[in-house]
Ligand binder design. Structure first.
Ligand code: GLN
Length: 481
């Protein structure tokens, strides 16, 4: 039960072997059984889900269904959705029922997809473990003592636990790819501007990008087709031709040049990660891909640049949570100043506060040039590195994270956690597309993913290469108990 890929669910619905209501009920029953231990979903509303499923069945009966009509999907709590609590896993928005719907969610609702619920995440998408959520940590379904990764850890966990055929995540610095790696699923962060940010709670606006998370690259391609497109409500949305992201799925790997960045294959990776990379390299070679060494020498600069810039943008974006317009407001205060102070002290968790303080500092007079402006310059250097590399290869193979998922509560400092983002954030600094797919397991039985990074607008090619790998391997088919 509920083992379906998105594609399988779609064909069962289209051939009328199952109705949307039956399918939704199967998932709701599985969620009721397994979610309490997992904490992957933080909001479930059976009535709303079943109402959407009934509407999907009507559409199917009327003969005007799309391939996605009736297929269930889960949304990271970062996406606003009319009538649903959209809290971004923060106490600040715990009482916020959204009066409007994010464009990307609307696109899927227009297809007739059925909302299963809203998934847990790090508060305001700041984190790599899901432990900063106001609603408590999500557990890794492969081993409940471990984190699922973050910040889209809830989305990754529910797909891995087969409590949704697919989910949406968002990726500012790796938050789709890293939890996909830790949970053994596939997820893609598209080129910046491909998917609308309207209605997706802002963390660092020049980085944030939504993307699909599912069992397979093929499912991600199908979902991305429905998600992407120009949106006049997002000023950074790209005005480009409608793409078909499934178009390269059947392109063989023969002759495709895969770059291996020498800086990414060093000692920092656990042996399990090295093995997963080697598994992929062997498979690529067997399929006739050509492997070339490339260099991304500025990689080490990406962590300081990323944390300066994203904190700066976060400090600005989060200034709207002031207790006046919406969200939490302190119960007792003297004057306005105190109301602001108490509201924000109570409403935000410590990681969010840390970033607001860093961001305010680097933007302040006297430090702007030394930190913020400098980080902007580093951002350009990091992006230029990729262009040099892509002159020599079509796609880049890289680790997603240096290790498998750590234990919940593993006593790491914030800086240590930031350092674990080393392989994902350069992609966001550059605005490039990148995908994680499963490529092996750790000695302890936890999944390990690897990344395929492409040049701007090469999503179809990335998804095609990942699909070819998945046709010739079975890591993505392994399921946890
Ligand atoms: N770990 C990164 C951070 O905390 C990634 C966040 C993200 O992609 N949303 O900023």
């Amino acid at each position: 039960m509920t083992q379906y890929t998105l594609k399988q669910a779609s064909s069962l619905l289209q051939s009328k072997q199952i109705s949307a209501v039956e399918l939704a009920n199967e998932y709701l029953a599985a969620i009721a059984e397994k979610n309490p231990a997992l904490n992957g979903y933080i909001t479930i509303d059976q009535d709303k889900t079943l109402a959407e499923a009934r509407a999907a069945d009507e559409r199917i009966a009327q003969g005007n269904a799309s391939a996605l009509t009736g297929v269930p999907v889960a949304y990271k709590d970062i996406f606003c959705q009319t009538g649903w609590r959209s809290a971004c896993a923060s106490k600040m928005l715990d009482n916020f029922i959204s009066p409007y719907t994010a464009t990307v969610v609307q696109n899927l609702l227009d297809e007739g997809m059925v909302t299963l619920g809203r998934t847990n995440m790090d508060e305001f998408a700041m984190g790599s473990t899901n432990e900063t959520s106001f609603y408590g940590a999500t557990k890794n379904p492969w081993n409940l003592e471990h984190v699922p990764g973050g910040s889209s850890g809830g989305s990754a966990a529910v797909v891995a636990a087969r409590l949704a055929p697919a989910a949406l995540g968002s990726d500012t610095g790796g938050s789709i790819r890293q939890p996909a790696s830790h949970c053994g699923i596939t997820g893609i962060k598209p080129t910046y501007g491909t998917v609308s940010r309207f209605g997706m709670v802002a963390y660092a606006s020049s980085f944030d990008q939504a993307g699909p998370m599912a069992q397979t690259a093929e499912d991600c391609a199908i979902l991305l087709n429905a998600m992407a497109g120009f949106d006049p409500k997002d000023s950074t949305s790209l005005e480009s031709e409608k793409e078909d992201y499934t178009r390269d799925l059947n392109q063989p790997l023969k002759g495709v040049k895969i770059g291996l960045p020498k800086e990414y294959f060093g000692e920092g990776n656990s042996t399990d990660v090295q093995t997963a990379l080697q598994n992929t390299i062997d498979l690529l070679k067997a399929q006739g891909a050509e492997l070339v060494e490339v260099s991304l020498p500025q990689t080490k600069l990406s962590i300081p640049a990323y944390y300066v810039l994203t904190s700066a943008e976060a400090s600005t974006n989060l200034s709207r949570y002031d207790g006046v317009r919406y969200g939490h407001r302190a119960a007792q205060f003297g004057d306005l100043e105190e109301m602001y102070g108490k509201t924000r002290a109570e409403g935000f968790g410590s990681e969010v506060k840390r970033r607001i303080m860093i961001g305010t500092y680097v933007l302040s007079h006297g430090y702007y040039d030394a930190y913020y402006l400098k980080a902007q310059k580093l951002r350009r250097l990091v992006a230029d590195d990729f262009q040099t590399a892509f002159a020599r290869c079509d796609l880049i193979l890289a680790p997603t994270a240096p290790t498998a998922a750590p234990k919940i509560g593993a006593d790491s400092s914030p800086v240590e956690t930031y350092l674990s983002d080393i392989y994902t954030i350069a992609v966001n600094l550059a605005g490039l597309p990148a995908l994680t797919l499963p490529a092996g397991f750790s000695g302890g039985g936890l999944p390990i993913g690897v990344q395929l990074i492409g040049n701007y607008f090469s999503e179809a090619r990335i998804l095609g290469a990942a699909h070819q790998i998945q046709l010739n391997s079975d890591w993505h088919q392994k399921t946890c108990k």
